[in-house]
Design a binder for this molecule. Structure first.
Ligand code: NAD
Length: 500
């Protein structure tokens, strides 16, 4: 693997700094696209200026990556799983070594704060650790199913597989997929978001240092053309996707057309329910952290607060804490100017529909340039308004007033998404009722961002996920592998068992 010109990345602050341009990694070689679909700027959202450019690829590059994967994969699959996992032990060490450097890179290409970026890298390391644990988990099983006959399960790789990831977690989301897929014996083609393609260049270099053979981790940069080529390529056996629901649904159908297995995670509209007996500190602190963390640009962010009965004291505390946050320090930038316009459009639309903005982040900014919007709380939103139904993907909390828990559950269950939901209460009965009836795959009791930590699998329900199972944990390993059932009969010699 030849090295790309990774700059001497000694940046330890938010100061503007350029990075290297994003190219493809095919069979261990960093290279420009064979089929160019132009060049885009990679912006640092905090400054609103390009730190690099990304070279957009097409079907010819996907085909080259498949060929490189096919050439490398048999030798990789022939290694014992335990040996394949060793690369991830080494990778874990290298990521710990480069923790700050990786965190600054994520912060610069995505716009999130350094603390948030560091939390992302640490969570990515946790995913790598799951890969390290696979030798202890993937033993398969065997049973004597009748006299002299045994049945055994083995986990075989799929071959060449692919993943497509969004802009909001440029390092962590790829590492939801890579450990299970690569330890499982596959060659991987990753297509990162064209908005945040740089972390995968750093990861490609770390894989090289960790000893991963060329061709097992390939990167194809690009957008729609590259993704469609991945869906259509007959040489790719499994396709993982994380992004918006609109695209998840499209690529789920498209990749299935060529007989691939597909698991496509989509967008979200997460409802948090707060009841009068909730602990003030826990509820207000958590709800604010949930809707403002990563500037609201995460699929687990609180979007709608279903305020049951008289919870005025909690809402007052939410408003106070949200208004006290410092933009640029406590929450980072929005990924693009277009996204700021989109989010503002939702807020303006809610006001036009009769809601009231009680904490207003419109127009807030940090320094010159950059894409900013401060924490915003909208009260008096009704469940049928656009702001309550569509994914805003910004630091905006819509408060919907309801009279009781049944009304809250009806609104939550009426939304088409099913990623996350949470309830704030000190009552076990309330918690049980909500957890037992809510239409969401990842639920929290007094937890605003109920991400299931490893080894529990990450994945929502309904329009938040297309396909079976979860993307992380054991489900992830099962998704990237095929189960071989081996039945063996040990025949007796002339009906005699000579061992008698
Ligand atoms: P996006 O859907 O715009 O892009 C995701 C990926 O799809 C990118 O790599 C992009 O290049 C590609 N893409 C975009 N348009 C395409 C098209 N028409 N055809 C084929 N490929 C296309 O999403 P985003 O803006 O990068 O990320 C934000 C979205 O991702 C939000 O909806 C968020 O909720 C969701 N998300 C979901 C999860 C989850 O686990 N469910 C996690 C993170 C983000």
């Amino acid at each position: 693997m030849n090295a790309p010109q990774i700059p001497d990345w000694s940046v330890q602050s938010y100061d503007f700094a350029a990075w290297t341009d994003a190219t493809n990694l095919i069979g261990g070689t960093w290279q420009l696209p064979l089929e160019s679909h132009g060049v885009l700027d990679v912006e640092n959202p905090r400054h609103g200026k390009a730190i690099a450019q990304v070279h957009m690829s097409g079907a010819a590059d996907v085909d080259a990556a498949v060929k490189a994967g096919k050439a490398a994969q048999p030798a990789w699959a022939a290694l014992p799983l335990r040996e394949r996992a060793q690369v991830f032990y080494k990778l874990r060490e290298l990521m710990e070594r480069d923790l700050d450097q990786l965190s600054w890179l994520v912060s610069h290409e995505n716009g999130k704060t350094f603390a948030e970026a560091k939390a992302e890298v640490l969570k990515a390391i946790e995913c790598v650790e799951y890969g390290c644990s696979l030798p202890n988990l993937a033993a398969g099983s065997e049973l004597q199913v009748s006299r002299g006959v045994t049945c055994r399960l083995e986990y075989a790789p799929v071959g060449v597989v692919a993943g497509v990831t969004p802009f909001n977690f440029p390092l962590m989301v790829p590492l939801w997929m890579l450990p299970q897929a690569i330890v499982g014996g596959n060659a991987f083609i990753l297509k990162p978001s064209e908005q945040t393609p740089l972390s995968m260049i750093a990861l490609g270099e770390l894989f090289r240092e960790a000893g991963l053979p060329d061709g097992i981790f390939n990167v194809v940069q690009g957008g729609r053309e590259a993704v469609e080529a991945l869906c259509d390529h007959p040489g790719i056996g499994a396709f993982g996707f994380v992004g918006s629901t609109r695209v998840a649904k499209l690529v789920y159908g498209r990749s299935a057309m060529t007989g691939k297995r597909a698991l496509c995670l989509g967008g979200a509209k997460n409802h948090l329910i707060v009841v009068p007996d909730a602990d003030l500190e826990v509820a207000a602190g958590n709800i604010v952290a949930s809707f403002t963390g990563c500037a609201g640009q995460r699929c687990m962010a609180a979007a709608n607060l279903l305020a049951v009965g008289d919870v005025e004291h909690i809402i007052d505390e939410i408003k106070k804490r949200a208004a006290a946050l410092t933009l640029g320090q406590d929450l980072g930038a929005i990924n693009s100017a277009a996204s700021v316009d989109r989010i503002q459009g939702y807020i303006d639309g809610a006001v036009a529909a009769g809601a009231t903005v009680v904490v207003d982040g419109r127009g807030d900014s940090v320094g010159e340039g950059g894409h900013w919007l401060g924490p915003t709380v909208i009260d008096g939103v009704s469940a049928d308004q656009v702001a309550a139904r569509e994914e805003i993907f910004g630091p905006v909390l819509s408060i919907i007033r309801v009279k009781d828990l049944s009304e809250a559950l009806a609104i939550e269950n009426g939304n088409p998404y099913g990623n996350a939901s949470a309830v704030y209460t000190t009552s076990g009965e309330v918690a049980r009722k909500v957890m037992g009836n809510v239409e969401a795959g990842m639920c929290g009791v007094n937890v605003g961002v109920p991400v299931p930590r490893e080894p529990f699998g990450f994945g929502g329900w309904n329009d938040s996920k297309f396909g079976q199972g979860n993307i992380t944990g054991w489900d992830g390993f099962r998704f990237w592998t095929r189960v071989r059932k081996v039945t063996t009969k040990w025949a007796l010699q002339q009906d005699q068992n000579w061992m008698n």
